[in-house]
Write a protein that binds this ligand. Structure first.
Ligand SMILES: Nc1ncnc2c1ncn2[C@@H]1O[C@H](COP(=O)(O)OP(=O)(O)O)[C@@H](O)[C@H]1O
Ligand SMILES: [Mg+2]
Length: 375
């Protein structure tokens, strides 16, 4: 039986257009940006990778956020796994013919194999290993590789991140006939900063795109399923649209909300959000976000959630309450930077600093500094 969890929106047309963009710019990755939990990873997995396979590319996925301590090793590991998979196919008959391919066309691009040695052991130096792996994988698979690097801005947090970006860039350029790439990032700023560190402006390196949020089809599917569960009740699309925007277009969160409404047999979506904000599990999650922060950082989050400009006179006065004395602007700046890196702050629409998660912002708005002392 279908449940709310089974509802999924596929975006084959978007995937196809991304592949066409990548294909049209050899050596230049596509960097797609959207806040957390908007559906980037889901898209890579359920839309882009299948579309790539249909176009006879070999998609390889690496999550750089999960592998923060050794991102280049994580990329190499993903390529090695893919190489094993091609060399020792899982199926009894083998999924690919073993005849070596010299030249292959895919979406108009021709595959011209590089000159890396394929019988010698892989080089130990991770940069060279990356290059060799790409060549061997494309050769073994007989198709170009689509390297999907999820949460690329994580490279900005590692000591050798700049060097890794530079090697990636070099390999992407050198192997542009057989290597295509797509990056995702949850922090536009961190992503731009990081991609710009490779010696020239970011836009020369990668094409930055805003990843579109899910549209009404997802909300309608939720409403339709709600209607099948509750014969005489329905959720109104405009309500769902308003709330979807309010929670930052996060489909997983929206689904949880509608599930909660369904369990209670309620149809007032806004009231549902309100209950959600008071839900013990949600509150526990936000408390956990606040836990590692000092009181000054918590107070800063609070004033930003309240919409005050972080460097404004009022803000500094309020922050003075948290630490007994007016903070310097430098101290505020440093705290903002830390909170950004922790993913709690992001750039708002007009370039101002804002809480990344709008629902977390609402939660903060309902608190006082006193309450934040012991979240
Ligand atoms: N196209 C989609 N259809 C249905 N649910 C989706 C879709 N995309 C994302 N989701 C839901 O949203 C959640 C968060 O998506 P995810 O891809 O992990 O976000 P991100 O990678 O941007 O942080 C997923 O677990 C999934 O439940
Ligand atoms: Mg993700």
């Amino acid at each position: 039986m279908k449940t709310f969890d089974d509802i999924e929106v596929r975006r084959p047309a978007l995937a196809k257009s991304y592949l066409a963009l990548i294909d049209a710019q050899p050596g230049r990755p596509l960097a797609m940006f959207a806040p957390r939990r908007v559906g980037k990873t889901h898209f890579l997995d359920h839309d882009l990778a299948p579309a790539a396979r249909r176009a006879k590319w070999l998609p390889v996925y690496a999550d750089l956020w999960l592998q923060k301590s050794a991102p280049l090793a994580a990329i190499n590991h993903a390529l090695e796994e893919a190489l094993d998979e091609v060399n020792v196919p899982a199926g009894a008959l083998g999924r690919l013919a073993k005849t070596p391919v010299k030249k292959l066309g895919a979406l108009g691009a021709s595959l011209d194999l590089g000159d890396a040695p394929s019988r010698r052991p892989l080089p130990a130096a991770p940069e060279l290993r990356l290059d060799t792996l790409v060549v061997r994988l494309a050769e073994a698979a007989g198709r170009p590789v689509l390297l999907m690097l999820d949460e690329i801005q994580a490279l900005g947090d590692v000591p050798d991140g700049e060097r890794i970006i530079a090697s990636l860039r070099a390999v992407l350029h050198k192997r542009r006939d057989i290597l295509k790439s797509v990056f995702t990032g949850s922090s536009q700023e961190a992503m731009v900063r990081m991609l710009s560190t490779a010696g020239s402006p970011m836009y020369q390196f990668a094409q930055l795109l805003d990843f579109p949020v899910l549209g009404d089809d997802y909300l309608q599917a939720l409403a339709d399923h709600f209607a099948t569960v509750h014969a005489r009740k329905s959720l109104k699309l405009p309500d769902l649209q308003r709330v979807f925007a309010r929670i930052g277009h996060k489909p997983g969160l929206m689904r949880d909300l509608v599930k909660a409404l369904s369990a209670e047999g309620q149809t007032d979506v806004d009231a549902g959000v309100k209950r959600f904000l008071q839900d013990g599990r949600q509150v526990a999650g936000w408390s956990a976000l606040l836990q590692p922060l000092d009181l000054f950082e918590r107070a800063l989050l609070l004033v930003i959630a309240q919409g005050l400009p972080p460097m404004g006179r009022d803000t500094l006065d309020r922050l003075a309450q948290a630490q007994g004395g007016r903070p310097t602007v430098a101290k505020v700046r440093a705290a903002i930077e830390r909170l950004r890196r922790a993913g709690l702050l992001a750039r708002g629409g007009n370039g101002s600093t804002a809480i990344d998660d709008p629902l977390f912002a609402e939660y903060l708005q309902g608190r006082t500094l006193e309450q934040l002392r012991a979240p």
